[in-house]
Write a protein that binds this ligand. Sequence first.
Ligand SMILES: NC(=O)c1ccc[n+]([C@@H]2O[C@H](COP(=O)([O-])OP(=O)(O)OC[C@H]3O[C@@H](n4cnc5c(N)ncnc54)[C@H](OP(=O)(O)O)[C@@H]3O)[C@@H](O)[C@H]2O)c1
Length: 253
Amino acid sequence: MSKIAVLGASGNFGSALSEKLEWQGHDVVRISRSHGVDVMSPESVERALVGVDVAVDALHIDALGAQKSIEFFTRAARNVVQAAQASGVGRIVCLSIAGATNPEVNHRNGHYQGKAAQESFYQEADIPSTTVRSSQWFELIPVLVHRVTKGPLSIMPSMLMASAAMSDVVTFMADIVSEPRPARNEIVAVRGPQVDSAANFARRILAAKGSIDGVQPKTIREAPYLGRGIANGGLIPADAQVTTTTIDEWLGA
Ligand SMILES: NC(=O)c1ccc[n+]([C@@H]2O[C@H](COP(=O)([O-])OP(=O)(O)OC[C@H]3O[C@@H](n4cnc5c(N)ncnc54)[C@H](OP(=O)(O)O)[C@@H]3O)[C@@H](O)[C@H]2O)c1
């Protein structure tokens, strides 16, 4: 069993991953501001990574602007790499978004540009790393719907997705973190079992639940305002592990 640091351990993904790793018997170091560590402070990160075998970056900030997003993810990655090198951490695993490095996908999305900067920082750093590129989770659909609903109308971005249950991605990630990995600076991808539009995933949730986290749009339309890359499947990784939980199974769970 290993000592594993989870950065972003109070978040949606990081908290579920921390629980899973602990359940598997690992010693988990939870890192977030709520746990007393700000990743913007190099000294705090270095103290938190002492004795750690693997560090997982599942950090996130709600910044849609490119500049803020790139600055956050790059600064955090720099601090993690420096602290990991100083503390003898063996490997860093970074949670990223499938398609985020593709300029046709990220040109209108500052968050994706931040993730692209994060990925390249880890991949170019002098420490073994694994980048896990995940498709969007089912849990993201209600967040999107909230953002794009005005009164009875939701105008979803035209977006082809291979959505996955976050719990399946957590399981995939926990395996990656626990196993010895063959390559330096490898990139792996994970996606859900069905490809559909974001609008259709939203319609499925609405039909099953009668509302989407309290929002009840009468009409769900779509428009290609996030660009053609996202509309035409740029978020779907070509060579990926396919998870098993379908949207209907997720809705029934
Ligand atoms: N949603 C999707 O469908 C999807 C798909 C693929 C990949 N991803 C990626 O998955 C990652 C995690 O997403 P999530 O939904 O779990 O995010 P989240 O719930 O917003 O969690 C973000 C975490 O980062 C921590 N954090 C933020 N600023 C920090 C700082 N300065 N110092 C220390 N910790 C800090 C937060 O803790 P504190 O606020 O307590 O500091 C929290 O634990 C994101 O990078 C996202 O891009 C998401």
